[in-house]
Design a protein around this ligand. Structure first.
Ligand code: ADP
Ligand code: MG
Length: 743
């Protein structure tokens, strides 16, 4: 049976309303072993004939039979498969991939060989056969025309397809090289069907077995010159099972992807850089815009701590420490806090640590079951004047310069020694300040008094009985004064023999769920037995330059705690987890208490809601605009980059490499290009968040946010690749070969 039979084949081109005939009424049949020379004037339809035979162009009329099978019903994938199995194409302008080496170009056609070593061996053998062994590692772009054509021939041989089509293969070569190429072609294709289109019949006369002349799209004559060597070979069954084929396509796709990636180092590194800029840009933008999600955080009435329950007596009376302890035991709370005010305290004015205005304070068992790990610097507090700080790493330079022994913080004018620090990288977490249980009570009591700017007067009495009163602008509580002591600077005492300190303040009842118009007056007098003469050394007092007295922290706290007992009605219980807290809250509410868990007590504070909306209106569009800009940027660059590969892809396709493999190859190349972007971004993130200097300026991102960025980039680049593939494979090979000469 003949290999190919064309029966009344017609091909018409329609472009811009003009109809031109490519070929018409062509009936020809071909056998294996033939060397067919096709000649004819320019524009007569020779190329069209080859394109139709190769399946790179479709035909409109007639029927083409391949080994007896009709092809008029073929769709694109069928043609791809047909080309893969039957066709090797040699063009006038050497369709080799310029950025691939000779070896790579040949190996490309050998992808059906699974074994890497075997593939290499075959490629080298074929390259030797076409006499290019000394140019094996040379890139296509560096070869002469003849060498390029030899590479193409080696590649055609590698494919071992039964049909070799050559469209003016020597059109761009000098006559000596042309003769060599024809001779080589003839030698290597003895058992194949070789169809050569040429201007110059003399050149092929010696080898050709048949001469077909085309005129005006039709066959003018078809001369047999000599009998073709009989070839008995029949196409071997190349049926492979589908699963195997898929696996192979993926494998070949990966090999191809890697080759494409490495073949154009300049372009691919440019692409990598673009993707790095894109990915890093999205990351930095997201981190710099702050946690946009935080804008929608709940506005808690109480500081939310997992398992915290806030309760108060329904009748608005205070609950004693004793009663709270009993409740804690009854409902299985891990710990309790009589005066929990500091947990919900806005500390802006009360804790003077540079740049830090929002602390959480903890005192009960100082961790609520929380562990800060082993990598703490220093230790946990043991005395009342000691604190432990849990801080973002950006604080390290502030505390790190001094040794911990020299480090103090000021809370409500109270100087506290920092005995331990733990730094963390997640700067979205609120810093924490931990006291001992008693230290926490002192701090609570003192902030209770001092936050309300009490009226302080000093009553000075002389020996002669004359009394003078003076206003004091501040009292500074200090742990420097041991016991119940007060120090009045000498300048006030120089004319006095006895002194009395009066602290007066009024404030409302402090209670959850109980509105009281009652005012409580804090009125405390300290007699002469409290005063000492030795000056105290308070380390940080730079904000006082007016009249001040110093008071023992414990003394002030003792007085204030009496007031707290009078006025403080709510308390907190701490449970192992939220569920236990909620169960206890339910039970408590059935009795004489009202209670809520801290996570249920958020209120839609209108002001902060407006703030959130305003911030969202500015921040989110800004972030979005940035992301869209980066996406466009990456899109544009990758599209450009892919366009540069268009011609190569078309060449591969013309070689009959399956579209599937090429597609996989393109995706793989894109994937490989993303790797540096991901690595750089990950390293950038580690660098930013572990170095105190930068940690402060970027809000910490969580794993899911990175995942989102990475997946986003993946989708973006995959989309670009898909689009490119679509516009590359949507058109016929011929068109993309012609139009895609972007190098
Ligand atoms: P040859 O290779 O013999 O020089 P071709 O096969 O390239 O000739 O062209 C045959 C005819 O078909 C010419 O008239 C040419 O203008 C027309 N033709 C070829 N390709 C196209 C095309 N893509 N679009 C429109 N007309 C075409
Ligand atoms: Mg032509």
């Amino acid at each position: 049976m003949e290999l190919l039979r064309l029966q009344d084949i017609g091909k018409i081109y329609v472009s811009e309303g003009n109809v031109s005939v490519g070929i018409r009424g062509v009936s020809l049949s071909f056998e294996r072993g033939e060397f067919v020379a096709v000649t004819g004037k320019s524009g007569s339809g020779k190329s069209t004939l080859l394109n139709v035979i190769s399946g790179m162009d479709t035909y409109e009329e007639g029927e083409m039979f391949v080994e007896g099978e009709p092809t008029s019903h073929f769709m694109q994938p069928d043609w791809e498969e047909y080309r893969e199995k039957y066709i090797s194409f040699i063009f006038q302008d050497y369709n080799i991939i310029e950025s691939f080496t000779v070896l790579q170009n040949v190996e490309l056609a050998l992808m059906h060989i699974e074994d890497k070593k075997e593939r290499r061996r075959r490629a080298v053998e074929l390259i030797k056969r076409v006499g290019l062994e000394s140019h094996m590692k040379q890139k296509g772009s560096r070869l002469s025309g003849g060498q390029k054509q030899r590479t193409v021939i080696a590649r055609a041989l590698a494919k071992d397809s039964p049909i070799i089509l050559a469209d003016e293969p020597t059109g761009n070569l000098d006559s000596v090289t042309s003769a060599e190429i024809i001779k080589l072609l003839h030698e290597v294709s003895r058992d194949k069907l070789l169809i050569v289109v040429t201007h110059n019949f003399e050149q092929v006369e010696k080898c050709a077995t048949r001469h077909i002349r085309i005129f005006d799209g039709a066959v003018e004559f078809d001369h047999r010159l000599k009998t073709a060597e009989a070839v008995s070979k029949t196409a071997e069954s190349t049926q492979t099972n589908k699963e195997n084929k898929t696996k192979k396509s993926i494998k070949n796709g990966f090999i191809l992807g890697k080759s494409i990636f490495t073949s154009k180092p300049k372009l691919t590194s440019f692409l990598c850089i673009m993707l790095i800029i894109g990915t890093l840009g999205v990351f930095i933008l997201t981190a710099a815009c702050g946690d946009v999600g935080a804008l929608f955080e709940k506005n808690y009435m109480f500081e939310h701590i997992d398992g915290r329950l806030v309760a108060a007596r329904r009748d608005g009376t205070a609950t004693s420490e004793e009663d709270i302890k009993k409740l804690a035991e009854k409902y299985g709370a891990e710990s309790y806090l009589r005066c929990d005010m500091l947990l919900d305290y806005d500390s802006y004015d009360n804790m003077r640590v540079p740049h830090l205005n929002d602390y959480k304070y903890f005192g009960v068992d100082f961790t609520y079951g929380k562990t800060y790990g082993d990598d703490i610097i220093g230790r946990y507090p043991e005395k009342n004047n000691e604190v432990f700080l849990n801080l973002p790493i950006s604080f390290k330079p502030i505390f790190g310069e001094k040794s911990l022994e020299e480090t103090t913080v000021i809370f409500s004018d109270l100087v506290l020694e920092v005995v331990g620090v733990k730094y963390y990288y997640d700067n979205n977490i609120t810093p924490e300040c931990l006291f001992t249980k008693d230290g926490f009570d002192v701090a609570t009591a003192i902030s209770f008094i001092t936050a309300r700017y009490p009226d302080i007067t000093l009553k000075l009495t002389k020996k002669d009985g004359s009394v003078s009163e003076m206003h004091i602008s501040g009292i500074i509580p200090t742990y420097e004064l041991q016991g119940d002591k007060i120090y009045i600077p000498d300048e006030y005492m120089k004319n006095a023999d006895e002194a009395e300190l009066c602290i007066f303040s009024t404030f409302p009842i402090y209670n959850y769920n109980y509105n009281s118009n009652k005012q409580y007056s804090f009125n405390k007098q300290f007699g002469k037995e409290y005063f000492v003469n030795e000056p105290v050394d308070v380390k940080l007092n730079e904000h006082y330059f007016d009249s001040i007295v110093y008071i023992s922290a414990e003394l002030l706290a003792k007085s204030a705690i009496e007031a707290l007992d009078e006025t403080y009605r709510q308390f907190s219980l701490f449970f192992e987890n939220e569920e236990k807290a909620q169960a206890a809250a339910k039970l408590l509410n059935e009795g004489e208490y009202v209670s809520v868990t801290s996570d249920t007590t958020y209120t839609p504070d209108p002001l902060s809601a407006i703030e959130s909306v305003l911030a969202a209106v500015v921040l989110i569009p800004l972030w979005l605009a940035g992301i869209i800009f980066l996406a466009f940027f990456v899109n544009l660059c990758t599209q450009r980059m892919l366009a540069a590969f268009k011609n190569d892809m078309a060449i591969m396709r013309s070689m009959g490499i399956s579209v599937r493999v090429i597609k996989i190859g393109m995706y793989v190349r894109m994937l490989i290009s993303l790797i540096p972007a991901y690595i750089v971004t990950a390293l950038g993130a580690v660098l930013i968040f572990t170095s105190p200097k930068y940690n402060e300026y970027f809000s910490y991102l969580y794993a899911w946010q990175y995942a989102l960025i990475f997946i986003g980039m993946l989708i973006l680049t995959a989309r670009v690749t898909k689009k490119q593939i679509k516009n590359m494979f949507g058109e016929s090979v011929k068109k993309s070969l012609k139009g895609g000469n972007v190098q």
